[in-house]
Design a protein around this ligand. Structure first.
Ligand SMILES: Cc1cc2nc3c(=O)[nH]c(=O)nc-3n(C[C@H](O)[C@H](O)[C@H](O)COP(=O)(O)OP(=O)(O)OC[C@H]3O[C@@H](n4cnc5c(N)ncnc54)[C@H](O)[C@@H]3O)c2cc1C
Length: 395
């Protein structure tokens, strides 16, 4: 068979993007059930209290949701990146805060350790992350957001230790975490080539979790400041090489943004589901509002955009698992999914009318939660910078 004929044959048998394997299907069903039965009853209270319930966090560990890709020898599920994506999507349809906790743990923290940690670091940290310890990914600072490599946290070598000083801002999971992957510059004279990634344990001397942000959305997900005051970190806790932290940060965030795309797709699906249910129940002018073409067209557009976001996200995740380039696709997935999550949640509120605007129904929260999608893990503008750079670089 010629090469062309072979790839044509393969193409004919390639499964559609949204068709899941048996294991993926079972996994998604289990996560959906957990989200519906265990998380849903507490979503409103957790949003109001701005805190995620400890018992639910424990259950997420028990279900294997916090160590999806961690190999079984370290107590994880030995799953795929795609499985993380479907878990994040399923959780976000019910609670985007639960989704981001799982997202940061899997697509950032575990991901970095699996890819860059030494055998000793994997042995020390992966079993904890798979079973009972939350992790944080700590890059941003007050003066360095989109321009992440302008970070000013410093690391000074002192014998077998590094001494870290500075402050981190906006750190997801920081209130609950026991392990922090933190970026500091060990050689500022080398610019970004001095940036180094350290594994910090919560009880290291000189390390403190600071102010807890009071946010518009994803309120049950903690976002905190971190304070490093001459924090002593063993040199054995440098992840990868000194000066290679910039590479770890970039490459990890390229993958992580697929997870945020999944969170936003799940959120849009959740908003759409609420709108469909309500439209079939609510009666005006003697019939269900779902019978009005104006409402039907709204639902049709919301459904189409949600499906388009899902296809972008699934494709980027499948490319990543296949070891193929995915940079542009990941940026497109995050940018598009964040956009349509916001518009879908907004339209869902309108389908619900007045009650959609109240806290008695879940869609106003999804609308608030959606706003973060265009901001974290690279703003929408930064995704467009990436996409434009790639398409303009083509000959
Ligand atoms: C709830 C929440 C959770 C977060 N979690 C984490 C975390 O766990 N770990 C972590 O390290 N960080 C985290 N962050 C930080 C987040 O990644 C940054 O907020 C984000 O990267 C944007 O940085 P900034 O807030 O400094 O905005 P800025 O970089 O100041 O951007 C402000 C505006 O300017 C635009 N802009 C900036 N530069 C350009 C440019 N070159 N071209 C066009 N437009 C530009 C941006 O698009 C944006 O609209 C979190 C933030 C929030 C709000």
């Amino acid at each position: 068979m010629s090469l062309q004929a072979a790839s044509a044959a393969e193409l004919r048998t390639a499964p559609p993007l949204t068709v899941l394997g048996d294991e993926e299907q079972m996994f998604r069903d289990a996560v959906r059930r957990f989200a519906r039965e265990r998380i849903a009853p507490h979503v409103r209270q957790m949003d109001e209290a701005a805190a995620f319930r400890k018992d639910l966090l424990r259950e997420m560990f028990e279900l294997g949701l916090m160590g999806i890709e961690i190999p079984e020898e370290f107590g994880g599920q030995g799953g795929t990146f795609f499985q993380s994506v479907i878990a994040i999507e399923a959780l976000a349809a019910v609670d985007p805060s639960a989704a981001v906790i799982v997202d940061v743990q899997n697509t950032l923290v575990n991901n970095v350790l699996m890819r860059w940690a030494s055998a000793d670091q994997k042995r020390r940290y992966l079993p904890k992350l798979a079973t009972d310890t939350v992790g944080s990914f700590c890059l941003s600072e007050a003066g360095s957001g989109s321009d992440a490599f302008a970070l000013t946290t410093r690391a000074r070598k002192d014998g077998h230790h590094f001494v870290l000083s500075g402050r981190k801002l906006w750190i997801t999971n920081a209130a609950e975490a026991g392990i922090y992957l933190l970026f500091a510059n060990a050689n500022p004279e080398d610019g970004y080539r001095g940036i180094t990634c350290f594994v910090i344990e919560r009880d290291f001397p000189g390390f403190e979790v600071g102010k807890h942000e009071d946010k518009l959305g994803i309120r049950a997900s903690s976002t905190c400041e971190l304070i490093l005051d001459e924090c002593r970190v063993p040199a054995a806790n440098v992840l990868g090489e000194v000066g290679k932290g910039y590479k770890i940060a970039i490459e990890t965030l390229n993958e992580g943004r697929i997870g945020i795309g999944a969170q936003m797709t799940g959120l849009a699906q959740g908003a759409l589901d609420h709108a469909v249910t309500y439209a079939k129940e609510r009666r005006q002018f003697g019939k269900a509002i779902a019978e009005f073409q104006g409402v039907q067209f709204e639902l049709a557009e919301m459904a189409t955009q949600t499906e388009a976001a899902r296809l972008l996200v699934y494709n980027a995740a499948r490319l990543r698992d296949a070891g193929l380039p995915f940079l542009t696709e990941a940026a497109m997935a995050k940018y598009f999914a964040a956009d349509i999550a916001e518009t879908t949640a907004s339209r869902s509120i309108e389908v619900l009318g007045g009650v959609g605007f109240t806290r008695d129904y879940p869609v106003e929260k999804l609308y608030r939660d959606a706003k973060i999608g265009r901001i974290y893990e690279g703003t929408t503008n930064m995704q467009k910078v990436t996409i434009a750079k790639q398409i303009l670089a083509k000959p």
